[in-house]
Design a binder for this molecule. Structure first.
Ligand code: GLN
Length: 537
């Protein structure tokens, strides 16, 4: 489809306020272009100074999403993968910290041959390089680059300047979509366009004329409003796209299709539009999402439950798995710090399954262990992810194998029974950024295991983010007690999966299956967990 140098670059900026859903708009547009047969990728540029979000806590930044190649990235990359069913990589998420790091490294190497190193052109050149890198070798027809933050922020200035330069160089091979808010004032009963006008003016001050405006709104935009926005913001009325609030992010591609966002993009970038988007599978997914035959309520135990973004991928994986099982998954987020042996029954009443979330540090561990004990003893389907699996083993060691002080050395360095211990290669690591066991590793499943029957194959590959592992010295004792390791890293013997024998569904995984569940291919473990929750209790 593409000839040399025909990759189109689409920039998505945001104005007026944050949280308008740039990531979802970018992913939705990408989905529509992909459904027309184009090869598309998305990139997120984040204007903060951390090298990556790996060192940010969830209060700051929500979930840290891990790619196949082990990059710790922004949670928007999770949306990209879930919508497009393609893998992203390190190159798909770049922060200001990383940009400056490479410029400073070049300066130290002497690459700039005595020049004064400045924001323009050196930082902007580095930004342009990172954007264009994805277009190299004609791999993609479209590269969609989302700029984090809001136009007008000091931090995002170099990015807007880089876009200005690229737009100048590329002409119709590039365009800018600006996402803004059209607030509704209930007192006046009116939608207001002024913040959008101001936001576009700010863009113009920086020398960038947006080509398309995507207007987030809670009420439909009538023709009059569209014309007014078009007139004040120098775009044609067909380039004023309504983005109405909706109850599911997965409906946004269809809403964008109705607004013809993809057609406008193709027309403006002079790309051919021979084929309408094939959205049958997507529409089927929405249909199942909208008309579930039953409901199951699942409890998610973690220490960040007040933040919906902290467990984003798990929550989305449950939605995907629900559609496969024709049921709606209701989620009860349970704060591990508020859970105890005494209140567990009341807190989990009505739940058909329990997930214990990944995490770090000892806050809320006792609550997690109480939840696991309850699920184990009452045959409630249990799914432990990363720290959740480690806690399941701690619970089992303490209450079944009678090692009352068994623990992970992450929480108790002096435990007499370190059933979870730091990985050998982690012992010499002191720097925190990007140093965990990250990304995709193979895992070999034991033939006669639940995991094997769920995956339907012997070797799987899943993504990781951890420093601690099962201490294999204790494996025999676990096995004799009825908890079996059923998945191992074939090279190192590291335990990847544990299962309880005498339990309808009790599985713990050291990896993060939630990073691999997409609309097109929901994850088998989540599908089976929901299936079990539906029928077993
Ligand atoms: N804190 C644990 C470890 O580092 C678990 C990490 C996680 O849940 N992602 O091994």
């Amino acid at each position: 489809m593409a000839s040399p140098n025909s990759t189109r670059f689409i920039f998505v900026t945001g104005g007026v306020t944050s949280s308008l859903g740039k990531g979802i708009i970018s992913a939705s547009l990408a989905k529509l272009l992909q459904a027309r047969g184009y090869r598309v990728t998305i990139q997120k540029l984040d204007p903060y100074i951390n090298i990556d979000p790996g060192t940010l806590n969830p209060y700051e930044h929500g979930e840290c999403y891990v790619t196949e190649d082990g990059a710790e990235t922004d949670l928007d990359l999770g949306h990209y993968e879930r919508f497009l069913n393609i893998s992203t990589s390190q190159a798909n998420n770049v922060t200001t910290g990383r940009i400056y790091q490479s410029v400073i490294e070049k300066e130290r190497r002497g690459d700039y041959l005595g020049e004064t190193v400045q924001v323009i052109p050196h930082i902007t050149d580095e930004i342009k390089y990172r954007i264009q890198l994805l277009g190299e070798n004609n791999q993609f027809d479209f590269v969609i680059t989302e700029i984090g933050g809001t136009v007008g922020d000091i931090e995002s200035l170099p990015y807007i300047e880089a876009i200005r330069q690229l737009k100048w160089d590329m002409g119709t091979r590039s365009l800018v979509i600006h996402l803004t808010l059209i607030p509704y004032l209930s007192a006046a009963k009116e939608l207001k366009t002024k913040p959008t006008q101001h936001s576009v003016k700010t863009m113009l001050e920086y020398g960038v004329q947006p080509d398309i405006l995507v207007c987030r709104t809670e009420k439909h935009l009538n023709d009059g409003i569209r014309k007014k926005i078009a007139l004040f913001c120098n775009v044609d009325a067909s380039s004023v796209i309504e983005s109405i609030d909706t109850d599911s992010i997965y409906k946004v591609p269809l809403l964008m299709r109705e607004e013809r966002l993809d057609s406008v993009v193709l027309k403006k970038t002079r790309a051919s539009a021979q084929r309408p988007p094939k959205l049958k599978r997507w529409k089927n997914f929405i249909k199942r999402l909208e008309s579930p035959k039953s409901t199951v309520e699942i409890g998610l135990v973690g220490k960040y439950v007040e933040l919906v973004d902290a467990y984003k991928s798990i929550i989305e994986s449950l939605i995907h798995a629900g559609t496969v099982n024709h049921c709606r998954v209701l989620l009860r987020l349970i704060h591990s710090e508020q859970l105890s042996k005494e209140n567990i029954l009341e807190q989990t009443r009505g739940l058909k399954g329990l997930i214990v979330a990944p995490g770090f540090g000892d806050r809320g561990i006792d609550g997690k262990i109480a939840a696991i004990s309850h699920a184990r003893q009452h045959n409630i389907p249990f799914f432990g992810i990363c720290l959740g699996m480690q806690c399941a083993m701690i619970e089992f060691a303490r209450n079944v194998l009678l090692m009352p002080r068994a623990h992970s050395t992450e929480m108790d360095a002096r435990t007499p029974d370190p059933i979870i211990d730091i990985m050998e290669e982690q012992k010499k690591i002191h720097l925190k950024g990007g140093t965990m066991r990250l990304g995709s590793y193979p895992c070999k499943l034991t033939a006669a295991s639940k995991a094997y029957s769920i995956y339907g194959k012997e070797t799987i590959s899943e993504r990781h983010r951890h420093r601690f592992e099962v201490n294999n010295k204790y494996l025999k004792a676990f096995e004799q007690g009825g908890m079996k390791a059923t998945g191992f890293n074939p090279e190192t013997g590291l335990v990847e999966i544990i299962e309880l024998e005498d339990h309808p569904w009790f599985i713990g995984v050291q990896f993060h299956p939630e990073y691999k569940s997409t609309v097109d291919t929901p994850h088998p473990l989540f599908i089976d967990f929901i299936r079990a929750a539906k029928i077993l209790t």
